[in-house]
Design a protein around this ligand. Structure first.
Ligand SMILES: Cc1ncc(COP(=O)(O)O)c(C=O)c1O
Length: 521
């Protein structure tokens, strides 16, 4: 049993006046209760406020933080960061007040950041240790350390150690082929064996490329940055001063900051809800016609934040427009972000990728891939770029040599070990997909349940069975802050993705989703 110690703390540092009143503080001093003080302590002990009082205190704190943070967002600060900071601040204050974890879990649901923390998976469907025991994914993906307790499952850590051994074997393999990672990489683009393996991975999608067309990156984000860097140099050498990049919105916005920093002109295009937030071929045609300087289209094939994916027909139509312009002598590239390809139904993802395989389409494509979402390995930062045209691959190599002179040796070895792991365990993608799906469905059910009682949503979108998000539209008068105040669920406002704050994106990644029966099919 826990006991609690009473301490005198400076009020101004911890509380607003209203909170102090709730805690019965007087004249700058307040009683704060700390956990885990033994009965032997010379200090006297008291009990925590009741659970319902803790809920009240937390809600009050939440309200006050909203008032503090909403203007920060309105001043234009990055919405994802503002929301994440607000949640972190609330959690910190709650801990200072020793609000119990249970109360915090009820009242603070962090759905801001888009990754699944493998260590925090609690879901186990069916037999422990069986195929539906998702807690084992930390072990199966090599994250869990030997003997680490993952929510009741003690991991052997065999995969963790296996990966390390594979790194050793891969280094031996590289040395046997005359490639030493411990000296400068003259071409600065990474080791040929790994690039060859990744070219093979792309070939599985039907993308016919050689290893010379594959470059390594630190995740998709860094890969996009390097492509934009390399292309900007290429355009400068061609004497082009006005180069525009088309960004359909809502979209993942970091590439926009990157494009701006390389001096591109940004063309942000607001897609429509009735098109499921996807740019159509005719809209694209009109934009290209009206702006002769658009040379790059950033296209997220399966979208963050919306969870909608382009169908093969839509992709065919878009590719046909771009091919037509290229055939007529205007060079336009599609920078295709594949971060969520692999999180969709396998046959549907295969069909999407098949639209890029014909030579006249492939030549205008630059693909960006990553294991962050397909394998929930965000911290590994494993990404790569595949360039459809060999001459363009050579032309943009400066994007790599100018920055890092290739990836650090151990990272390349780690990436190689991971390629071997995902080849040895192809079922990992499917298992992870099942977890994402389970959570997305549960979350939609939860939102529907909340909406029945509180009427907060105009539209709860049902995804295209991919990604780790939900995208929904709020009723007039509501925003991500009011939603947080009323439900405790913190999402990211639409403006974080270049769209309207009527919309909000939730991630099912950070924490599991409680089970509520689905009310709408
Ligand atoms: C569309 C898209 N591309 C790229 C990334 C970043 O991926 P990585 O972790 O590989 O840098 C994200 C992350 O959310 C994303 O949504």
């Amino acid at each position: 049993m826990l006991h609690f110690q009473v301490q005198l703390v400076n009020v101004d540092r911890l509380f607003s006046s209203r909170e102090c009143a709730m805690w019965g503080a007087n004249e700058g001093g307040i009683m704060v209760i700390t956990h885990k003080i033994s009965m032997d302590s010379p200090n006297f002990s008291i009990t925590l406020p009741s659970i319902s009082e803790q809920h009240t205190i937390l809600r009050q704190l939440r309200h006050e933080l909203l008032l503090q943070y909403r203007p920060i967002l309105q001043q234009g600060a990055g919405p994802i960061r503002v929301m994440a900071r607000m949640v972190a601040e609330l959690e910190k204050r709650c801990r200072q007040l020793h609000i119990t974890e249970e109360v915090m879990q009820d009242e603070i649901v962090n759905r801001t950041i888009g990754d699944v923390n493998l260590r925090l998976i609690t879901e186990c469907e069916g037999e422990p240790g069986g195929p539906g025991d998702y807690r084992m994914m930390a072990e199966e993906l090599g994250i869990a350390l030997p003997d680490e307790d993952i929510n009741g499952y003690v991991a052997p850590g065999e995969t963790y150690l296996w990966l390390r051994n594979q790194m050793l074997e891969c280094e031996r393999l590289l040395l046997s082929e005359g490639f030493d990672l411990r000296i400068y990489d003259i071409l600065a683009v990474g080791n040929p064996i790994l690039r060859g393996w990744l070219a093979e991975e792309m070939q599985r999608w039907g993308i016919s490329v050689t290893r010379e067309q594959v470059y390594l990156g630190l995740g998709a984000m860094d890969s996009i940055n390097k492509v934009l860097c390399g292309l900007s140099q290429m355009y400068r050498e061609q004497g082009l001063t006005d180069v525009a990049v088309l960004f359909p919105e809502p979209g993942f916005n970091i590439p926009e900051w990157q494009a701006r920093s390389y001096g591109y002109r940004l063309l942000n295009y607001q897609t429509l809800p009735e098109d499921h937030f996807k740019i159509t071929a005719s809209q694209l045609e009109e934009l290209l016609e009206n702006d002769p300087h658009i040379r790059i289209i950033y296209l997220t094939v399966t979208n963050n934040p919306t969870t909608f994916a382009y169908s093969p027909t839509e992709l065919d139509a878009i590719n046909a427009v771009v091919s037509r312009y290229n055939a007529a002598g205007r060079e336009i590239f599609i920078l295709a972000d594949l971060a969520y390809i692999g999180t969709g139904k396998p046959e549907e993802d295969q069909a999407r990728m098949a639209t890029f395989t014909s030579p006249d389409v492939l030549r205008h494509c630059i693909f960006v891939s990553s294991l962050s979402k397909t394998h929930s390995l965000t911290g590994e930062r494993f990404g790569w770029v595949t360039v459809g045209r060999a001459d363009i691959a050579a032309a943009i190599a400066a994007g790599w040599s100018n920055s890092m002179a290739a990836l650090p040796a151990d990272w390349q070895l780690r990436y190689m070990a991971y390629v071997r792991l995902i080849r040895a365990r192809p079922w990992l993608v499917e298992k992870l997909r099942a977890l994402y799906k389970l959570r997305r469905q549960r979350f939609i059910a939860q939102l529907q349940h909340i909406d029945k009682e509180q009427h907060l949503f105009e539209h709860i979108f049902v995804d295209d069975d991919a990604t780790v998000y939900n995208w929904s539209q709020l009723r007039p008068g509501e925003d991500a802050f009011s939603l947080f105040e009323k439900t405790g669920i913190a999402g990211v406002p639409g403006s974080g993705f270049g769209y309207s704050d009527e919309f909000v994106r939730f991630s099912i990644g950070v924490i599991p989703v409680p089970e509520i029966p689905l009310t709408i099919p």
